[in-house]
Design a protein around this ligand. Structure first.
Ligand code: FAD
Ligand code: NAI
Length: 496
């Protein structure tokens, strides 16, 4: 009995303790305190973007020594690794975003956040021009502000290779609105296929979902779509569910070229079991509103009808980035993106630091790279802030008639330390991808080699890795609740 009493007490303490801690953390997160006002004597850092690079920089930046301005057309951070899950309703859109102000309002000094699109960067005058291009614009028009430092993290846009019809007819998968559009269009195709007396050929077309690009985005989307078919479509649309076909088209000889061979084979065989057709060595050449024209390895072309087309063929630079490059033709010679030095300083400029997908470096354009670069830059800015502070201190000491030599020397030493910067070093933590039917693939660095694994255990690892990297307790709670909701009630098939 005493054991049971003690067990009960300990359980009660643990439950009360963790509830208290949870409530404390959430209260702190939702009740930001007062912030220091702008200080005209401090340098201004303008941050362009609110994605992986910019957010990781902001989160880790000590703002005491800077006035910070954030400009981004999106007033939130999007956790892209879980975006494919939104396309079929496994996760709700708001579960994987974090308002930028939830981050900036917790900073020591006030951070100005503008929902606007940067249109021009002048690296000579050191200014940024931006404009609110949202539906409601007010009377402000375009604004130009000066910067001392510019943190350039605007990411990339979707690559179409100029193929006709892609922009008009395909759905992309980069932004939250894209996932929403896919979900709506997918359900529209299914409802239309189930419409009374729909001709057989039209049912087949509407129920044919094509994914172009066998990189991780295309593969993860195809996997999610398969889950939707098995878990939900069969239950709620039995009359058309068996007609659903998923085709993944990839120009190269295999999907997921960046993963290890064994995982490529595992993915391709899982897709085969799941009846996802993978057309490799096949290139989409043209897109119309109802079909794609493909060319295979023998240069033969054919037309494939589709209901929904998802285009995931990688990245290309944004217009603003291309404009910036043309202003510095001697230093910026890579079309792929901005060239930076080992300290992420954009070549040919002073005070512009570029990170993430908009740069052309030896690293892949991934969230992992962008977020590590953001942390690195925040640490570098801490040193710059510290250096500025010490320089002020040194000037005051030297101007003072009572200055003690040892004191001056100590400050000089600290100043030398703060002036030393170490180059950026990327540490690869591995690659993960979800491939459907509760299976994932994991390519993890292991001592000096590689550990590759695919299946249910990898999927548990995939889930726990992403839960722990989600930005806030709020996001973690919402994502876990969505997963539980889908297990209990299935996905919502209503079309908004
Ligand atoms: P983004 O995160 O794209 O941020 C760019 C920001 O700039 C956005 O806030 C945008 O609104 C803003 N912006 C755009 N234009 C302007 C402008 N003119 N002025 C100001 N701001 C502007 N990587 C992984 O490592 N693991 C994964 O599992 C993974 N999964 C992914 C799944 C999907 C579906 C996608 C699309 C990508 C995935 N990635 C993953 C890649 C990863 O999302 C990118 O590498 C990462 O987002 C790059 O970060 P970034 O900060 O450079 O750009
Ligand atoms: P990607 O560049 O990795 O893959 C695009 C694929 O499309 C390529 O394999 C290419 O051969 C193919 N392709 C191009 N044109 C084609 C055409 N006309 N017809 C048929 N196929 C064509 O692009 P993706 O998947 O969008 O990824 C972008 C970046 O984001 C990558 O660096 C990737 O690593 C990262 N990412 C990582 C994820 C993860 O780690 N789980 C998930 C999603 C993206």
């Amino acid at each position: 009995r005493r054991f049971l009493q003690n067990f009960g007490r300990i359980t009660l303490i643990l439950v009360l303790g963790s509830t208290g801690a949870f409530l404390y953390v959430t209260r702190q997160a939702t009740h930001p305190g007062d912030q220091l006002p702008d200080d005209p004597a401090k340098p201004t850092v303008v941050v362009l973007g609110s994605g992986w690079g910019a957010t990781s920089f902001l989160k880790n930046l000590d703002t005491e020594e800077f006035n910070v301005v954030v400009v981004s057309p999106r007033n939130y951070f999007l956790f892209t690794p879980l975006l494919p899950s939104v396309t079929v309703g496994t996760l709700e859109p708001r579960s994987i975003i974090q308002p930028t102000r939830y981050i900036t309002r917790h900073k020591k000094r006030r951070v100005a956040v503008y929902e606007a699109e940067a249109q021009d960067v002048d690296p000579i005058k050191k200014t940024v021009t931006f404009q609110d291009l949202s539906d409601i614009r007010g009377a402000a028009g375009s604004v130009t502000i000066p910067y001392d430092y510019l943190v350039y993290a605007v990411g990339c846009e979707n690559q179409t290779f100029g193929i006709k019809g892609v922009t008009e007819h395909a759905c992309f998968l980069k932004e939250l609105s894209d996932a929403d559009k896919i979900r709506t269009k997918l359900l529209d195709c299914i409802e239309t296929a189930a419409f009374k007396d729909q001709p057989e050929a039209e049912v087949d077309r509407l129920m044919h979902m094509i994914v172009v690009g066998g990189g991780p985005t295309g593969v993860e989307y195809a996997g999610e779509l398969h889950d939707f078919l098995i878990d939900d479509l069969k239950k709620w649309y039995p009359e058309v569910a068996d007609r659903l076909r998923i085709t993944l088209i990839e120009a190269l000889p295999n999907v997921l070229p960046a993963f290890s061979k064994q995982l490529i084979q595992y993915t391709e065989s899982t897709f085969k079991e799941n009846k996802i057709d993978v057309l490799t060595r096949t290139m989409v050449k043209d897109v119309t509103d109802k079909s794609v024209i493909v060319q295979d390895a023998n240069k033969e072309t054919r037309e494939i009808p589709y209901g929904l087309l998802v285009w995931a063929t990688g990245n290309t630079s944004r217009q603003i980035t291309r404009n910036l490059m043309t202003k510095l033709p001697a230093a910026q010679t890579q079309r792929r993106g901005l060239l930076v030095d080992d300290y992420l300083c954009m070549l040919g400029t002073q005070g512009i630091y570029a990170l993430g997908d908009c740069t052309a470096t030896q690293y892949a354009p991934t969230a992992q790279v962008a977020s590590q670069e953001g942390i690195y830059l925040a640490q570098m800015f801490s040193k710059i802030g510290q250096k500025n502070k010490l320089e002020r201190q040194l000037a005051e000491l030297r101007a003072s008639p009572n200055a003690v030599a040892e004191e001056v020397e100590a400050v000089v030493k600290k100043l030398n330390r703060a002036s030393k910067q170490t180059p950026f070093h990327y540490s690869h933590q591995g690659s993960l991808a979800y491939i459907g039917s509760e299976k994932a693939i994991a390519d993890l660095p292991f001592f000096n080699g590689n550990f590759a694994s695919g299946g249910g255990a990898a999927m548990l690892f995939w889930r726990s890795a992403y839960i722990s990297t989600l930005y806030s307790v709020r996001n973690r709670t919402l994502v876990m609740a969505d997963w539980a909701k889908v297990k209990l009630f299935g996905r919502d098939v209503s079309r908004e």
